[in-house]
Design a binder for this molecule. Structure first.
Ligand SMILES: Cc1cc2nc3c(=O)[nH]c(=O)nc-3n(C[C@H](O)[C@H](O)[C@H](O)COP(=O)(O)OP(=O)(O)OC[C@H]3O[C@@H](n4cnc5c(N)ncnc54)[C@H](O)[C@@H]3O)c2cc1C
Length: 289
C-alpha cells in the first residue's frame, strides 16, 4: 500500500511515553525511540456524567451519529459549537424534527460575532427549534423513546423564573458539548511536555512542545481560530481592516426560505494580506470583494 511504498512502518496499538531518559514510546510492550517524535492524537467528544445529568448516557455523541442506520424522527442536539450546529442542520434537513439546546443566546459564540449572529438566525429560519438559555436537567427512557427535561432561564431578564419543560418521544439525543484532547494515558506530564488547563499540548508557531525532540500538531493542540479580535490584538487596530457583505443568493430569489450568504474578510497591514501567516500570501485584491 501507499505507506509501505513511502517506507512508513505502521504499528497498531495505543502509544504512551515511557520513563526512559530519551523520549521513548511504548506500544504493546515494545519500545520505539527517534530524535523527532510527533504527537497527533487528536481529541474525543466530552460527555456529562450521570451525577451531572441523570440519564446522560442515554444520549450519543458525534461518534454515535456516524453509526446511526436510520433517520431519527425526533432529535435533540445539545451544544452551541460547530459540531452541534452542523449535526442539528443535517438532521433537520433530512426531515428529523430537531431541537437544539444552547446555554446562552447564540450559537458559535467563540467564532467571529458576524458568523455567530447570522448562524443563530439562519438556524431558526431553516426550521431548527432553538432553545436558548437552556440546559438539559435529566433524561429518562420510556416506551416511546427518551424524555428530555430542560430548564430555561434568561439571565438578562431580572427575576426570570426557571421554566422546566420536557421534550417527549425523542429518538436521538446527541451531546455535542465540546471535545477534549487525547493526552490522558500518554504520560506526557512526566516527559515535561506542557499542557494547558484543558489538557491541550502547548506548542509554539513551529509545533515545538516544551520538550526538545517532541512536537505536536492538530486537535491535540487545540489552537484558537483567527478572529478579527485576535487580529487586532496581535497586529494593532490601525493595521487591521475588515470588509463585510451579506446578501440573498439568486438561487433563493424565488424560494420561501431566504438563506443568507455572508462574507467577511479580515485583512492585515498595508498590503491588506489575508490569512494567518505571511507565507499564505493572499491579498484582498486577489478576491472579488
Ligand atoms: C463531527 C466532526 C465533524 C468535523 N467536521 C470537520 C469539517 O467539516 N472540516 C474540517 O476541517 N474539520 C472537521 N472536523 C475536525 C477534524 O476532524 C479534526 O480537526 C481533525 O480530524 C484533527 O486531526 P488530528 O490528526 O489532529 O486528530 P484525529 O483525526 O482525531 O486523529 C487522531 C488519531 O490518533 C489516534 N490516537 C489517539 N491517542 C492515541 C494513542 N495514545 N496511541 C495511538 N493512537 C492514538 C486516534 O485513535 C485517532 O485515530 C470535524 C470533527 C468532528 C468530530
Amino acid at each position: 500500500d501507499a505507506s509501505s511504498k513511502a517506507k512508513i512502518q505502521t504499528i497498531h496499538g495505543h502509544a504512551r511515553f515511557t520513563s526512559d531518559p530519551e523520549p521513548t514510546v511504548e506500544v504493546h510492550g515494545k519500545k520505539y525511540t527517534a530524535p523527532h517524535i510527533l504527537i497527533a492524537t487528536g481529541g474525543q467528544p466530552s460527555m456529562l456524567t450521570e451525577a451531572e445529568v441523570p440519564g446522560a448516557s442515554l444520549g450519543i455523541t458525534s461518534d454515535g451519529f456516524f453509526e446511526l442506520e436510520t433517520l431519527p424522527k425526533r432529535s435533540v442536539v445539545v451544544g452551541a459549537g460547530y459540531i452541534a450546529v452542523e449535526m442539528a442542520g443535517i438532521l433537520s434537513t433530512l426531515g428529523s424534527k430537531t431541537s437544539l439546546i444552547i446555554r446562552q443566546n447564540g450559537v458559535l459564540r467563540n467564532f467571529d460575532s458576524f458568523i455567530s449572529i447570522n448562524c443563530t438566525q439562519g438556524l431558526q429560519t431553516s426550521g431548527v427549534d432553538l432553545w436558548k438559555n437552556s440546559q438539559v436537567k435529566s433524561v429518562c427512557k420510556t416506551d416511546k423513546g427518551l424524555e428530555v427535561t430542560i430548564v430555561t432561564r434568561d439571565p438578562e431578564k431580572n427575576n426570570d423564573e426557571e421554566k422546566i419543560r420536557t421534550i417527549q418521544e425523542v429518538d436521538c439525543l446527541l451531546w455535542a458539548i465540546g471535545r477534549q484532547p487525547n493526552t490522558f494515558g500518554l504520560n506526557i506530564r512526566q516527559m515535561a511536555v506542557d499542557t494547558d488547563e484543558k489538557g491541550h499540548i502547548v506548542v509554539d508557531e513551529f509545533q515545538n512542545t516544551s520538550r526538545a525532540g517532541i512536537y505536536a500538531v492538530g486537535d491535540v493542540c487545540g489552537k484558537a481560530l483567527l478572529t478579527p479580535e485576535e487580529a487586532v490584538n496581535s497586529r494593532g487596530k490601525e493595521n487591521v481592516k475588515i470588509y463585510k457583505t451579506s446578501f440573498t443568493p439568486m438561487y433563493h430569489a424565488i424560494t420561501s426560505r431566504k438563506s443568507q450568504c455572508i462574507m467577511k474578510l479580515v485583512c492585515v497591514d498595508k498590503e491588506e494580506k489575508v490569512g494567518v501567516t505571511s507565507s499564505q500570501g493572499c491579498k484582498r485584491s486577489d478576491f472579488f470583494f
